[in-house]
Design a protein around this ligand. Structure first.
Ligand SMILES: Nc1ncnc2c1ncn2[C@@H]1O[C@H](COP(=O)(O)OP(=O)(O)OP(=O)(O)O)[C@@H](O)[C@H]1O
Length: 764
């Protein structure tokens, strides 16, 4: 490696933009003061640049990052062994690569303040621990030798940048940070310098790490903390946009916490710097087109906006989408869109497929719902966000957002206050902030989250904008049919719950204990507390997407006279929209029909209408019989595909529900049923799943594919067999631009095409 491999053009790109001009440095002179004094600077400019071994060697890291070692004895020894030509090159770089800083110096004889230009480079700092590493840089703690002040130095290997064609990101990052210098909530860039092998960004040090670390440490943040940080994040985003910069990769890892635990946005490598538009505004403020579309495939899967995936463009509203994801994550402890791999995450984002965790605070939920909206035009604007009731007591005008100390960091705990519905205001009260924001909310079109799957005509899939759940505590509801626990109903998609359900046999409750019914609903209809009314309330308050609501024919037999059965009636109409559920409820608030409801949280509910007073629901054994089922596929561990005249997909988190259905459908196909034993079922299913998982894992990042030509996660399997060879699925999401973006673009384009052609085939 080394400079010889660089073309002149590369050198020009790398050298020129990264050398701040005197004018640029003049802005930062007051920050430069700690580094040098007059005397030092003179000698320092003559100092030798670091030896090749220190900064010029190929790094051992697989991605080829260059990490400066501490300037220690080892370095001195290596320096002794340098040959003279290397020393000469290094000296040249010390001169050429140093930053020129304008510095105020008091003349000792006259006492006058004069400006001097001094050079600052690698030898002015002592390097310490690595603070973090990104996809194309390492960030190292550096201490100024003279003042002892701490800085974060972002080190980028020139060779890696060129090889990976990332030079433009560095240029963009520098330009964006220079434009933003001094903006509240943005990490400060003091200056940049370079040596033969690396580029260095001298950044303000954020000693409390990144926001992801904070969320992980506490698991989640309570509303007060979430509000405190959300107000800073949105205010920083507002400032960015006001000066024509779109971040495009906002995520918790790119939000640092400074010494006062306040927000500092960082990592502007994939930012979009907007050109200034002609403006006739009287205030003379620069004008930018924040809706100018850009086609770059940048961002991070979990925070990427749906318009980039669906329509291949983004604008400033992608930052608002990311803000919505982060707000959700603060309270829920995990991002709203997360799957086993990026492909599946994209699928969720494209379909706005997310659910609120149990007990998610109402007001925060309202804001998140209005941010995670597919159509960018329907997303709240920053102004509307600041006016949302979530920020009722936050004053964005007087600087208190940045001046106030952070509250004590506490995780979110469900509390009665958080579950209160949004306060109402009168239409006539237009003076208060509350009124404005309520009216703004009213005018805002609420977008219905879409059903997670929508590819096959045959599939009976509907989506439901769920009304707010009012589950004050996590609960386990276990309807008991006969001696066997049948379905475990859980209030959240919480992993812990799931894990528990996978390792322990399910708890058996004596009777079905209902989740708490929202007070408002209780008031609305107190006619009946019968189980069917309960279920209707329950369904309406689910924070889930209903995948299937199907009328069923029920034949209930006494326990001792054989297996009772429930069969899906293929001729019975499917519910097409959520309000259809209401049509199935009669005047006295009871279901007229028998229904099977499958939801995406694993609440595969079978509502069985009691036919005889004497018979209790929990004494029934249920079976599902699907007429003319041709084939049943376990698409992955949470989804069954049942093929036949009515092909349906059933998504369940609860494996035992899938297991039961799978087994019973198999039975319908002629396989002898095994003796129903929940334990046995679990074992069999565990075995099946672990085999499935092993095969899946072997296929690296590719989503599970069963057979070619079959739909997998809503897409033909042929679409998804390639393109995921890069990058492991780590806990810390990585930016997309660091991978081969063409893979994703191609993949998405191909899958869109396939979906279209499948839809056409279905129509025919
Ligand atoms: N100023 C700073 N102070 C403290 N730590 C920092 C600072 N800048 C960066 N870091 C740490 O280094 C990590 C990587 O930094 P950064 O995101 O700027 O690198 P990158 O190569 O641009 O990453 P990405 O993969 O997101 O593109 C951050 O997540 C953070 O933990």
């Amino acid at each position: 490696m080394g400079s010889r491999s660089l073309t002149e053009e590369d050198q020009a790109v790398l050298t020129k933009p990264l050398q701040p001009t005197l004018a640029e440095h003049a802005q930062t002179e007051h920050y430069c003061r700690p580094f040098v004094d007059e005397e030092d600077s003179q000698s320092r400019s003559k100092l030798q640049a670091p030896p090749q071994g220190q900064f010029g060697e190929r790094p051992s890291s697989s991605i080829g990052r260059s990490t400066p070692l501490a300037n220690d004895d080892a370095g001195t020894q290596r320096e002794m062994s340098l040959d003279s030509s290397m020393k000469r090159r290094r000296d040249e770089w010390a001169e050429r690569g140093a930053a020129k800083i304008v510095k105020d110096v008091i003349d000792p004889t006259t006492g006058e303040l004069t400006k001097h230009v001094v050079k600052m480079g690698i030898n002015d700092f002592k390097f310490g621990e690595e603070l973090g590493d990104g996809s194309y840089s390492s960030v190292i703690l550096a201490t100024a030798r003279d003042s002892g002040k701490k800085y974060a130095v972002k080190v980028l290997s020139k060779e890696y940048l060129i090889r990976q064609k990332k030079v433009k990101y560095v240029t963009v990052e520098k330009m964006a940070l220079q434009r933003l210098n001094g903006t509240k909530g943005i990490i400060r860039l003091f200056f940049t310098f370079q040596d033969e092998a690396s580029l260095y960004f001298l950044l303000e040090y954020a000693p409390h790490g990144d926001f992801l670390g904070l969320i992980k440490k506490y698991g989640s943040l309570n509303e007060e903390c979430a509000r405190y940080y959300a107000s800073q994040i949105i205010d920083a985003v507002d400032s960015l946009h006001a000066i024509g910069i779109i971040h495009r990769d906002i995520k918790p890892e790119n939000i640092l916490l400074d010494k006062g635990l306040k927000v500092k946005l960082t990592d502007f490598g994939t930012a979009k710097i907007l050109p200034e538009e002609p403006s006739d505004s009287a205030d003379g403020k620069p004008c930018f087109d924040l809706y100018a579309r850009s086609k770059s495939f940048v961002g991070t899967a979990e925070y990427v906006s749906p318009e980039l995936l669906n329509d291949s463009y983004t604008d400033s509203r992608c930052d608002i989408w990311a803000f919505g994801c982060i707000l959700y994550q603060m309270v829920a402890g995990k991002p709203p869109f997360k799957a086993a791999n990026e492909y599946l995450t994209f699928q969720k984002v494209m379909k706005i497929q997310y659910v609120f965790t149990a007990g998610f605070p109402q007001i925060t939920k309202d804001l998140v719902k209005k941010l995670l909206v597919k159509e960018p035009n329907d997303r709240l604007t920053i102004e509307q966000i600041k006016g949302h009731i979530f920020f009722l007591n936050v004053n964005f005008e007087n600087g208190s957002v940045w001046d106030d100390d952070p509250p004590e960091i506490q995780p979110y705990r469900v509390n009665a206050g958080a579950m209160k519905p949004l306060p109402k205001v009168s239409e006539t009260d237009t003076t208060s902030k509350l009124a404005n924001l309520q009216l703004a909310s009213r005018n805002h079109t609420e977008t219905t989250p879409q059903a997670p799957i929508a590819t096959s005509q045959d599939r009976s899939v509907i989506s439901m904008t769920a009304a707010t759940a009012a589950f004050n505590k996590d609960y386990t509801v276990q309807p008991k049919f006969g001696s066997q626990p049948y379905a475990s109903l859980r209030s959240s998609s919480n992993h812990t719950d799931r894990e528990k359900s996978q390792t322990k046999p399910p708890k058996v409750h004596a009777s079905l204990s209902p989740p708490s019914i929202p007070t408002a609903l209780k008031e609305k209809d107190t006619r009946s507390r019968s189980s069917d009314t309960f279920w209707s309330y329950y369904l309406q308050s689910l924070d889930e997407h209903v995948l299937l609501v199907k009328e069923v024919q029920v034949q209930i037999l006494a326990r001792d006279s054989g297996s009772p059965s429930i069969s899906l009636d293929p001729s019975a109409p499917n519910c097409k929209k959520p309000s259809d559920i209401d049509t199935l409820i009669n005047d006295s608030g009871k279901f007229d029909k028998r229904m099977l409801v499958i939801t995406n949280l694993g609440r595969g509910l079978v509502f069985v209408k009691k036919t005889q007073k004497t018979r209790k629901e929990h004494d029934l054994q249920l079976e599902l019989h699907f007429n003319q089922v041709e084939k049943i596929n376990l698409i992955h561990d949470q989804m069954l595909q049942i093929e036949g005249p009515n092909t349906i997909f059933i998504a369940c988190k609860e494996r035992k529900i899938l297991m039961k259905i799978w087994k019973l459908v198999n039975n319908e196909m002629g396989t002898k049923p095994t003796v129903a034993s929940p334990k046995l079922d679990h074992k069999m299913f565990d075995k099946f799943i672990s085999q499935k998982m092993q095969t899946t894992r072997k296929k690296a990042q590719a989503p599970p594919v069963l057979e070619s030509g079959k739909l997998v996660n809503g897409l033909p399997s042929s679409c998804i067999s390639k393109g995921f060879e890069e990058g492991p699925n780590t806990n810390r999401p990585t930016s997309l631009q660091t991978r081969s973006s063409s893979n994703y673009s191609k993949l998405l384009a191909r899958s869109a095409q396939m979906r279209k052609s499948m839809a056409r085939t279905n129509e025919k």
